[in-house]
Structures are given as C-alpha cells and as structure tokens.
Design a protein around this ligand. Structure first.
Ligand SMILES: Nc1ncnc2c1ncn2[C@@H]1O[C@H](COP(=O)(O)OP(=O)(O)OP(=O)(O)O)[C@@H](O)[C@H]1O
Length: 797
C-alpha cells in the first residue's frame, strides 16, 4: 500500500488529534505520490489502453440500451386507443421508458469507476448501474455499486481483503479513461492499514475532497468509506439516527442510502415512495443532482414547509415566534381553537319556517355539542352528528306544536311524520345557516389564520401561554404562511378531519372529461401517424417527431391530472400520504411540531435521520436525539456515528474545535481527512471600515480559489448593509432569500449556509453571529466549518 502519514494504528477517531488521517494532497493521475515519488504499488500507464477498451465497450452497451428504450417509448406512444385499462397500462409503459431514458442519460459521466481483481483471477467492474452482456449468458459486465458483489470495493482492506487482491479506481472524463489508482491488498501492506484510519481508495478520495466546488453537490459513489457504507446499507426497518460532525458526509450518506434502499427494496419503495426532507429550498437545489447521477429520480425532496399541498410558506418571522409555533403546546392550542368555533349562543335563536317559529335555546345546543364531542370525531367529520342532534330537537318542537291533541291526549303525529319534518328542516336554508354558524365546516387555513388574527380567540385557545407569547402570535390574516405555520396547518387538518367526498366526486368528473378529450387527441395522432411509424429509418433515429411530442405532451398533461402520476407526484399532492421511508437531513433543526408531521407521514417508522446536535441553530431544534424520538419510538432506534470530516482540513477544524468546546466541552470534533498546510487568517477591522475590507477580502479570495467558490457568511443583521456593499463592488456576488449557489461568490446567513460548502469561506463579525441568537455558538461552529480549503475571519470592534 502507499506510504501514509501519521497516527498510530490503535488511535481512535474520537481522540482529538491534530494529525489528518490521509495524505496532504491527492496523488497525480500517473499514480505518483503527493511528493512526486512513485508509490510502492500502482498501475502503469500501459494499463490505460486496456481499461479504455473495456470502458468503451460499456459505453457501447449504454448506447444500445438507450436506443432500445427510445424505440420502445416510441412504440408505446403510438399504441393509441383500446379499452381504458389498456390505455392506462400504456401510460404506465410510457412513463417507465421515459424514466429509463432519463436514468440512462444521467449515468453518462463516470459510468464505470472501479475494478476488483479477485484471488481466483476473476475481475469485477463496478459502476453507477448494472449492465449485462448482450450476448451469450448475459453475464454482468458492470456491477451496480449497490449490488452485494460490489461491496468489497468499499470495504476490503489489506487486513480483511475479502477475496480481493487488488482494488482499482478508474478515472474517466467524458468517455476517456484519464487515470488509474491501484491498491494491492496483500499482507505486506496489511500492517499499514490502521495508520490511515481505514481509508479506502485514498488517492481517489483525496482527489475528490480537494476538487474545486461548483455550487452543486456531487455524489461520492467512487469513494464511499467503510463507516459510511455501513450506514448506507443498514436495514430498511426502524429508525436509524446518523450523528456526525460537520463534513462527515451525512448528507452524502443520506442520499446514497436513498439510492441503495430503492435498489434493494424496489418493490415496497416504488409504490410507497421515499421522502427526503432538507432544511431549505436552497439546500434542496444544492443536492438535487446527486440522486439522478445515481440513476434514481423517484425520491421526493421537500422542506417541512412544503409538505402541505397548496401552501407556499415563504413568510419571514422572528426566530422566537417560530420556536413558539414549534412547541408541542400548540397541539392543545389548536384543539382549543377548534372547540372555540363550536358555538353555543348566549340567547335563544329564533328560526322561522314558513309561518312557524321555532326556538333553539342555549341548553339544547350545549347538550348537543357535548354529546357530539364525546364521540371524539374530528370536527368536520362530526358535523353530520351535530346536524342530527339539532334537527331532531327542532323536529320534536315542531311535532309538539302541530301534533298536540286538543283534548290533551298523546301527540297525534307518528314516527313517519317526524321523519318527514326532519327531512324538510334539513332542507331549510335558515336551518342550514344556523347549523353553519353553530358548527362551521372549517379549513385548516381558517383555523390557523383565524386564531392568529384574533386577540379574543388567542385569549381563549392559548390561555396556557403567557400574554407576551400570545401577543407574539398575533398577526393579520394576510401576508402568507411561514414555514413554522405548516406543521400547525397539518395538525389542524388532522383535528378537523377531511371530508373529501365532494372533492373526490369533482375530481372523478374532471378526470372523465380529460380522458375523453385525450382519447380524441390520441386517435387523431394515431391516424395521421400510421404510415410514418412503419418507417424503420425514422424509428431508428431515436428522435421523437412532432406527432410523438403532441401525444406525449397530452399524455403528460393527463398524467399530471389523473391517476397515472408517479409515486412521488402523487405523494406530493396528498397531505396524508404514508411514505415507505423518510430521510431527514439536518434533522436537529426540526421542531417538535415538525416531528409530528413527519411521523404522520411515516406510520411504519422506517426512517433515517441525519444530523449533528452541536450544529442546531433553530431555537425549537434538538440538543439531543433522545427527547425527539422517545414519544414516537421509545428506545427502539439505532445510532450510528460518523467520525471523519472529509470537507474541512485540519487547520480549519482546529479553529472550529475551540468553538465546539465552548458549546459543550464533552463534544469532540471529527478528525480531518487531510491538511492543507494553510492556516486560516483572522483580521480585526474598525466597524466603519468593515464593508470596504470585506470587498477587498472577497476579491482576494475569489482570485485565490481559481475556478472554485467563495462563501461569505455574515450576521443576519448585517446582510442588507454588507450585501449592498458587496454587490455594488462585485456584481457577480449572489445573495437574497434563495441565492444562486453556482455563482463565484455567495453572501448568506448561517441559517442559509447550513449544509453547504465553499472552497473559501469568509466569516464576518463572529461575535455578532454569536450574539444574535441563544444558539449563536452553534451558528458560529456551522459557519467556521463550511470551507473545503481556506478560511478567513473578519472581526470588528
Ligand atoms: N467518502 C467520500 N468521498 C468523497 N467525498 C466525500 C466523502 N464523504 C463526504 N465527502 C464530501 O465531503 C463533503 C461534506 O459532506 P456532507 O455535506 O455530506 O457532510 P455533512 O456531514 O452533511 O456536513 P454538515 O453537517 O456540515 O452539513 C462533501 O463535499 C462530500 O461530497
């Protein structure tokens, strides 16, 4: 094995050690070490042509598969008409081939990245997808990285080679092989394995972690490390918590786990779906390319604020208000707010029907309300019971009056007369209006907005909160929803119950109309196309023509409206969808109310929660996992820890470690996988000169990172001022609610920077970052750990 620096074989990662685990810099493409010295073992350049031939063959097979899928898609598109069931099947087939074409396109870069030479002389190539030989026995020519047979690529070490003699990393650019890195797993190198903290594929790993950032996260499929592999391939069932410091690959692992689970449990998960929850829309965009490059397109990526269909939660609000809304107390507040809408009049209500005047007195209404409440039905679903109670009371009153025996005998009306009275009363608009007033059918939006808009309602429903807290919740009903409102809407929806019969009937009518329209279009398209389709040359070219597009377009539209939606699309549109697996990233940030939403979306409790309780910034977030999970799963959850930081070099982690010790001296920072030899810089500037010095620093860092990215992390209170100064001087600086991360320089707050990384990071006014929030130290810890190469700190005062 190649030469390594450092730590003793029995050194534990959780011991604070300055030494990085790996070497200082990646090896060169020719296999030489960081110092230019030849490595003890390694491929020769002569190996490249051989690998090139193999890789070219794989790309040839990939092209064949694409052509085949395109041809089948065309066939399905032209297969118009038939019974409704046949058309529905055809829509499914179209979707399947369209997705297949997408997937085959997405694995183009780095299709094959590894080779295992086994003791028995056989070789296995490992890549993004599995490919079989097109002739003979259909032997696998490329193993999907998720297949059990590919696992030694990530786990085999010299000490435990698992039948592997040599592991080769193959680097390609477009379809060309540009480099090879070999590790020979023999007993001579076994003694050295522990020295490197068990890293596998060290040269490829270091090349990956030191590469310039692009503003979009990339996959780590070539260089997954053993502790990460264990998490990725963990069992589907139960709750798995993955705790790890900044840069330990939690997000990467979460995404690769989603791909692994879909591959391994495709049948369950393709129908129930996988939900991945992230902290904000910018972050979701940052990670959005990873799953497609792993050939998976069916995972629904959402923030908690996006989990209520039809609601866009963009309203900003103070962190303290968000914290308040995130408390479990809000469950009772909402329940009380709904009870408050179940009215009992102060005075008797007079209802005039034709010439008869009926009176509904408060005691009758109160008794009816109490009986209905005792059924424990959700408010909206209980309304029919309330109607029955009131209509019965009114009908009895009417019967008493109209059927009274003038001679004082028994009432002259029978049960059939009473039933007739009830039917008529139910149809009376005046009765309906009274019922609507006493027990209104409510939407979650009406409950939540109505509560916050009324001091009186808040006083009744939120009596358990302090006066200042109630005042903090008060707001006008306009201005939209905040992310912290979404769990409240969801809770209100649960308490109200959904009476969706009318909506379902409407949807069915609409779907029938759309299907009829689509049938017409398909028939016209098929008629005009019958001759072209016979044309093999046209079918061969793999391009879809205008008629195809017309049909596809119509199909897609119909799919968007009807039942042919993909699992992810259907799940996105359905508030009560139960996912097969839920993955939460930055899980420490979620409030107790948000956890209730996620637990409802995952009744099977098959979940992966990744996060770091030392990085919690949200005031309603978690400082330990136990209280979060205990109410839902007791102690039935597993904990895995990630201990190596791949992002941040040791010099920067040493600065961050001091802040971590202030958060909690018992916490240990992750071990850095490398050092850069470059110390972070720290400058003190006068308050008045901060903007000017920041602009200078931005220019210097942007020049220093070459093709890379610079992140400027500023206190929330300085965003406007410093943002203005930065963009006036450097128009390419991106900022705002959802900044474009592919810009060379991005200026953002800590909350926005969560989960992101940049080649160089400037942290502005760390004291103010700390002072801005009760969790300010955790915020500073997050800010200091965003850099992959360089860190600069600008202090004021
Ligand atoms: N095995 C690996 N091979 C190559 N790169 C890796 C590996 N593991 C992690 N990385 C890289 O390290 C960086 C940090 O990973 P990631 O963002 O997943 O960490 P994290 O634990 O989620 O960090 P944070 O807690 O700060 O959000 C990313 O650039 C990721 O691609």
């Amino acid at each position: 094995m190649s030469k390594q620096s450092g730590a003793s074989p029995d050194q534990r990662f959780d011991e604070p050690v300055d030494e990085p685990i790996g070497r200082a810099a990646p090896s060169a493409a020719d296999g030489s070490g960081p110092d230019g010295q030849p490595r003890p073992t390694g491929p020769t350049v002569d190996d490249i042509p051989g690998e090139q031939r193999y890789v070219a063959m794989l790309y040839g097979r990939l092209d064949d598969l694409r052509t085949q899928a395109t041809r089948r898609l065309r066939g399905a598109l032209h297969n118009a008409g038939g019974t409704q069931q046949e058309r529905s099947q055809r829509d499914g087939t179209v979707r399947m081939y369209a997705e297949q074409i997408d997937r085959l396109g997405a694995v183009e870069q780095g299709l094959c990245f590894g080779r295992l030479d086994l003791d028995d002389g056989t070789r296995r190539y490992v890549g993004r997808i599995g490919i079989f030989d097109s002739v003979g026995e259909y032997e696998p020519v490329l193993l999907d990285w998720r297949a059990p047979a590919a696992r030694p690529f990530y786990l085999a070490t010299a000490a435990a080679p698992d039948g592997v003699r040599r592991r080769r990393h193959i680097r390609t650019r477009d379809r060309e092989v540009v480099g090879l890195d070999d590790e020979v797993l023999d007993l001579n190198s076994a003694g050295q394995a522990g020295d490197r903290g068990g890293l596998t594929g060290e040269a490829a790993l270091l090349a990956a972690v030191t590469a310039s950032r692009t503003g979009r996260m990339t996959d780590i499929v070539r260089t997954i490390q053993a502790e990460q592999d264990r998490v990725i391939r963990a069992d589907l069932d139960g709750v798995l918590v993955v705790q790890g410091g900044p840069g330990t690959g939690k997000t990467a692992v979460a995404l690769h786990r989603a791909a692994y689970l879909l591959y391994t449990h495709r049948q369950i998960l393709s129908t129930r779906g996988v939900l991945l929850v992230g902290p904000n829309a910018t972050f979701l965009r940052y990670i959005s390319q990873v799953l497609p490059t792993l050939a998976e397109t069916g995972v629904l990526l959402r923030t908690v604020g996006e989990l209520f269909p039809g609601i866009t939660a963009t309203r900003a609000e103070p962190a303290e208000v968000a914290e308040l809304k995130g408390r479990l107390d809000m469950v009772e507040v909402l329940a009380a707010a709904i009870r408050d809408r179940q009215r009992v009049p102060d005075e008797p209500i007079e209802i005039t029907i034709e010439r008869d005047s009926l009176v509904l007195d408060p005691a009758t209404v109160a008794a009816a309300r109490d009986r209905v409440r005792r059924t424990d039905r959700p408010h909206n679903l209980a309304r029919p019971l309330f109607d029955v109670e009131i209509v019965h009371a009114l009908a009895d009153q009417l019967a008493e009056r109209l059927g009274a025996d003038p001679l004082g005998g028994e009432n002259l009306l029978d049960e059939a007369d009473l039933a007739e009275f009830r039917r008529e009363l139910r149809g009376e608009p005046e009765v309906q209006a009274v019922l609507d007033w006493l027990w209104p059918i409510l939407t979650p939006q009406q409950v939540v907005a109505g509560l916050f808009a009324s001091e009186q309602r808040l006083d009744v429903a939120a009596a358990s909160l302090g006066e200042a807290e109630r005042a903090a919740l008060r707001r006008e009903p306009w201005g939209g929803w905040s992310p912290a409102d979404v769990p409240l809407l969801d809770e209100a929806a649960e308490l109200l119950g959904e009476d969706d019969r009318a909506a379902q009937a409407r949807a069915a009518r609409q779907r029938r109309a759309e299907i009829e329209y689509a049938e017409g279009v398909l028939e016209i398209a098929a008629g005009s196309k019958s001759i072209d389709f016979e044309d093999e040359a046209d079918a061969e070219d793999g391009m879809l023509d205008v008629t195809d597009l017309l049909v596809a377009d119509r199909l897609a539209e119909r799919q968007a409206d009807g039942e042919q939606l993909s699992t992810a699309e259907r799940a996105a549109a359905d508030r009560s969808w139960a996912f097969g697996h839920v993955i939460v990233d930055e899980a420490q940030e979620l409030s107790p109310m948000a956890w209730r939403v996620l637990m409802r979306r995952c009744p099977s409790r098959s979940m992966t929660l990744v996060g770091d309780v030392a990085q919690t910034g949200a005031l309603a977030g978690a400082s330990s996992w136990w209280p979060v999970l205990e109410p839902y799963v007791g102690d039935r959850w597993r904990l895995e820890e990630l201990t190596v930081s791949y992002r941040t070099p040791s010099e920067i982690l040493a600065v961050a470690a001091k802040v971590l010790a202030e958060i909690d001296p018992a916490l240990t920072p992750p071990r850095a996988v490398r050092d850069t030899g470059e110390q972070p810089w720290d400058a003190q500037v006068g308050t008045g000169e901060l903007a000017g010095r920041l602009v200078e620093a931005i220019r210097a860092e942007a020049a220093g990172v070459g093709a890379g990215r610079v992140g400027v992390i500023v206190p929330a209170g300085l965003v406007d001022e410093l943002g203005r100064a930065a963009t006036e001087a450097e128009p390419e600086v991106a900022l705002g609610d959802d900044p474009e991360l592919t810009s060379r320089v991005v200026l953002l707050t800590v909350a926005q920077a969560k989960g992101l990384e940049f080649d160089s990071v400037l942290v502005v006014d760390p004291d103010r970052i700390v002072a801005e929030s009760p969790r300010g130290r955790s915020d500073l810890y997050v800010a200091l750990t965003r850099a992959t190469q360089r860190l600069g700190i600008l202090r004021t005062g």
